[in-house]
Design a binder for this molecule. Sequence first.
Ligand code: 13P
Length: 248
Amino acid sequence: MFIAANWKMNLDKRLILEFSNNLNDFKFSNQVEACIFPPMTYVDYLNQLVSKLPISVGGQNCHYKNFGAFTGEVSPKFLQDTGCEYVIVGHSERRTFNNENNNEIKLRAQSAVDTNLKVILCVGENLSDRKNGHASEFVEKQLLECLPNNFENSLIAYEPIWSIGTGRIPNYYEINEMHENIKKIILQTINKEIKVLYGGSVNLANINNILDIPNVDGVLVGGASLKAKDFLAIYTAAVKHLQKNHIT
Ligand code: 13P
């Protein structure tokens, strides 16, 4: 089970310190993996603050080159050098606001994998594709066009664009069907099972229902991960879910 917290462009140094102070007395489980993706400027700072906790830190994006004349970009090599284990690639906000297409996302994912970072590759349809019944087709195309080589240690996050930050989520069957399809495509492509996370308006009210969906292996949480109390409550829901289902 995997709980990922994507802070996006939120939380400054003071709030990050406050957040991490609230983690210190918490009893983490070795059954649930957690990774926080802070703003790039604070990756190193957060990494130092959580260095004694079983929490990984990751980058929200990386470039497709390790070095060079790319002003403002983030090198996967530098993320790794700063202690990152994971990187998110292909988030819909990068696709929309930074015009990253499947081709570029594949390059970014490949350079991350080649640098020994584990990738969380994001896919997800918009509302009209969902309404027209084209969601599976759309996500399959994204996957086939974005998947890099040697993806075995990485994960997929299914984040329907229309669900991000809206409070609306697909129903139980829609999420399960999409995750099942994603797993099938991955198995056919790389002959390996990997975790598929659900992302989009995950919160304390819906976390238990989402974790009960058979093909969900964890969540990628935005807004509800910004307060330590909520983040830890979501984490605790994952621990209890495993205990309830006797999964070790
Ligand atoms: P919200 O949880 O705020 O909807 O964001 C989801 C997301 O985009 C995580 O990457």
